[in-house]
Design a protein around this ligand. Structure first.
Ligand code: MGD
Ligand code: MGD
Ligand code: SF4
Ligand code: MO
Length: 679
């Protein structure tokens, strides 16, 4: 049979490769070799034919006139964006020559890979690349920018990224969307919640911003940034005090409930209200609603964990379902992430055994700016793929200063000349995921999926997989692991007890397969005690409080407003922020500010304001109203540098590290806001 890519006309199965929990099954419609339409697969049990705006308009990105077709070399100063077309031979030779010489003079750790999940496919995101850099002995990157604080926090309570099957949440009677802008970032969870609502469920949203998700809730609870642990403790205090806990469950499935019961007594509703900004009566109402409704489900988002104290926030929230014994009920419990239910063989895929120096240095990606400016011995070369750090990394002025170093040899592999690519010495054109072979596993639902190429490679672009094989050859590496086929690597990676019965051949036939997942508590948890740890000895060993404990955000008191720069609806992080179609849908970023604060500043709705702190500044149009509490300002979207606009929100964000997992603290910074004087 011809491959899908060779067939000019027809409808072909695919999977969305974006960093989004929904991981939709797609149908790609082609005519004369070109995609004419992308739609959700109506037969995929979670997608059910619905996909987001972003991907319905994906064709505009795939065939965008600015998409890279050839390798480039920089001919102007770093950051300016002047490049010249070169051949793949010249590009690969230039890179290999530079790296061989750096390895001679400075050792392999002077080379740093920097990547994230611009494409979630495992071969391309963490397969051949890992093998290559392990073989080289390059510095290791700790990939902490997204969810590592929260995942760690959840792990202390539940033993790993194991939550309930989201398809079961149609049975829930109370759904709490806690720090998740699900309408934009997990739309199929909203579809499931709406189904539950038809059967009488209530939807509660707890967020610092009444965005589109807050607006669809039955009850929206505004909270001050970084204070969610206090709210969870306040709820626990009421649940214990009013005998709404399931004591048999606590006895059988948890450790530390007696200590917790004592510990939470100090979190009376009045104290919690003073911390969170939530009225006392609402704290009672929420706790009683939670205590009296079963099954209840908490979808824990990524927002609350992007704080100095974010690991502990997720750790604390994830204790709640145990208090009322939710985990045994269909549709009861929580999801932070579900990735571990679908554990593949990461050692076989990434081959850490190829790395000979077991003391190789590890660089936290949230400290990229610092690493480029201060690491000793210095980073001399950076290889960026599947990520756009000049826009998405915290404290981006520092990052850009590092990228601008004349003695730093930068290679960027991407589909577009991103802000990061503008600093590169060599730019390599990347295929889109629709041009590749790869396997995908959602970190929310329970399906494993296969991507086979459905279109031909665009211009001379190559996949990550191909690029690392080319580089292996040019570097003279002979290890067999660097020359395996895609099919072989996928087959080996799928071979685990978690993915029993799922192999390449089956995926080829069926496209998506649901793993046979055992729900949490049907077997021993992976915590040290095997139970839900309300008290965690592990945390104590780490020097953190063993019981859920509220600590305030790091003080930046010289600045007046908490600043929360969250994602937006029509971009996926910075992806799509350079595509005209998506830009036209999103228009421009706004700074949401409370009307009382705006009045004090003399700022009216629609006026441009300057926001600044000791790290950077931005100019945004104010959206004045009641969508945020007084003292908080919120913006949405990671915007590319469009013309002269000053939208680089990450110039303002701290590069402090969260309490757990080396996580990012994007939402813990503070800023001042000023009216810009009119000419
Ligand atoms: N449309 C779209 N979808 C996306 C993305 C995108 O950029 N755009 N990004 C993808 C990625 S990589 C990720 S990680 C996920 C992220 O998606 P989500 O899990 O939704 O996380 P965020 O959007 O970062 O933040 C969620 C909410 O947390 C709120 N928040 C901030 N601080 C706090 C706090 O202290 N307490 C509470 N209760 N709320 C707080 C923010 O206002 C925001 O509404 O979405 C993925 N999907
Ligand atoms: N202020 C603020 N900053 C944030 C966040 C926030 O909420 N607020 N969210 C953070 C979070 S949760 C995350 S996950 C990060 C995400 O940050 P990034 O991982 O940088 O995500 P994107 O901005 O989507 O950039 C992905 C890049 O990969 C490229 N790409 C796509 N597919 C491929 C491929 O197959 N090969 C190669 N070589 N390239 C490819 C895309 O063209 C794009 O340029 O941002 C973080 N930054
Ligand atoms: S971005 Fe998310 S919602 Fe949109 S198509 Fe991809 S997986 Fe589905
Ligand atoms: Mo993320």
């Amino acid at each position: 049979m011809n491959s899908f890519a060779d067939q000019p006309t027809g409808i072909f199965p695919s999977v969305c490769s974006l960093d989004c929990p929904d991981q939709c099954g797609l149908l790609v419609h082609k005519e004369n070799g070109k995609i004419i339409k992308i739609e959700g697969d109506p037969n995929h049990p979670v997608t059910q034919g619905n996909i987001c705006n972003k991907v319905r308009n994906m064709t505009h990105r795939i065939y965008d006139h600015e998409r890279l077709q050839y390798p480039l070399k920089r001919v102007g100063p770093k950051g300016e964006g002047r490049f010249e077309q070169i051949s793949w031979e010249e590009a690969i030779e230039t890179i290999a020559k530079k790296w061989k010489s750096l390895i001679q003079t400075d050792g392999p750790e002077s080379i740093l890979p920097y990547s994230f999940y611009g494409n979630m496919g495992y071969l391309n995101a963490e397969g051949m690349d890992r093998r290559f850099f392990h073989r080289m002995g390059a510095s290791l990157l700790d990939r902490t920018i997204c969810s590592s604080a929260g995942s760690k926090g959840y792990q202390y309570t539940m033993g790993g990224s194991f939550g309930i099957d989201p398809e079961e949440t149609i049975h829930s009677k109370l759904i709490i969307l806690w720090g998740i802008n699900a309408v934009s970032t997990n739309m199929h969870q909203v579809v499931l919640a709406q189904k539950a609502r038809k059967n009488g469920a209530k939807i509660v949203v707890i967020d610092v911003h009444k965005n589109q998700t807050g607006r669809m809730a039955d009850w929206f609870i505004p909270i001050l940034p970084g204070t969610d642990t206090a709210l969870a403790l306040g709820m626990m205090q009421i649940l214990f005090a009013e005998n709404m806990t399931d004591n048999d469950f606590l006895e059988k499935y948890t450790v530390g409930h007696e200590e917790l019961r004592e510990h939470v007594k100090q979190f009376d509703p009045a104290s919690v209200s003073a911390i969170t900004g939530i009225p006392v009566e609402d704290i009672y109402k929420l706790a009683r609603m939670y205590g009296e409704t079963s099954p209840s489900f908490i979808r824990i988002g990524n927002g609350p964990q992007h704080h100095d104290n974010g690991g502990m926030i997720v750790r604390s929230i994830s204790c709640l379902p145990a208090l009322t014994g939710q985990w045994l009920l269909q549709g009861g419990g929580a999801i932070k992430g579900n990735g571990q239910h679908l554990t593949h063989d990461a050692n076989k895929l990434q081959r850490p055994d190829l790395l000979k120096n077991k003391n190789t240095r590890i660089i936290n990606m949230n400290l990229l700016g610092k690493a480029l400016l201060e690491a000793d011995p210095p980073v001399k070369s950076l290889f960026v793929y599947g990520s756009n750090p000049a826009v998405v990394a915290p404290s981006s002025n520092k990052v850009r200063k590092g990228l601008a170093r004349d003695d730093l040899f930068i290679v960027v592999h991407d589909l577009f000349l991103t802000e990061t690519a503008k600093y590169a010495d060599i730019v390599l054109p990347a295929t889109s995921s629709l041009e590749n072979t790869d396997f995908y596993k959602s970190y929310w639902h329970h399906y494993v999926q296969l991507q086979q190429p459905v279109i031909e490679k665009y211009g001379e672009s190559k996949s990550n997989f191909e690029v690392f094989q080319l580089l292996s050859k040019a570097m003279g590496y002979e290890d067999e692991a660097l020359y395996e086929t895609e099919r072989q690597m996928i087959s080996d990676a799928l071979h685990t007890p978690y993915l029993k019965g799922i192999d390449y051949e089956r995926l080829e036939k069926e496209q998506y397969v649901k793993a046979n997942v055992s729900p949490p508590l049907t077997k021993k948890l992976l915590t040290p005690s095997g139970k839900i740890e309300l008290y965690s000895e592990q945390l104590k060993i780490k020097g953190l409080p063993p019981l859920p404990t509220y600590t305030p955000l790091v003080e930046e008191d010289q600045f007046k407003f908490h600043f929360v720069p969250a994602p937006n609806h029509n971009f996926l992080n910075s992806t799509f922020s350079n595509n005209d179609k998506h830009l036209s849908l999103e228009k421009e970023p706004r700074l949401h500010i409370n009307s009382k604060d705006a009045e004090k500043l003399g700022v009216e709705d629609g006026e441009t304001v300057l926001i600044w702190n000791n790290r950077g500044q931005c100019e945004l149009k104010a959206a004045v109203g009641e969508n945020v509490l007084s003292g908080v300002v919120v913006t949405q979207g990671l915007w590319a540098d469009v013309s002269e606009k000053k939208y680089l929100v990450n110039s303002l964000t701290p590069d402090r590290i969260a309490d757990m997992g080396g996580g990012a603290t994007f939402f813990s910074g503070r800023v001042n806001v000023e009216k810009i004087a009119k000419e």
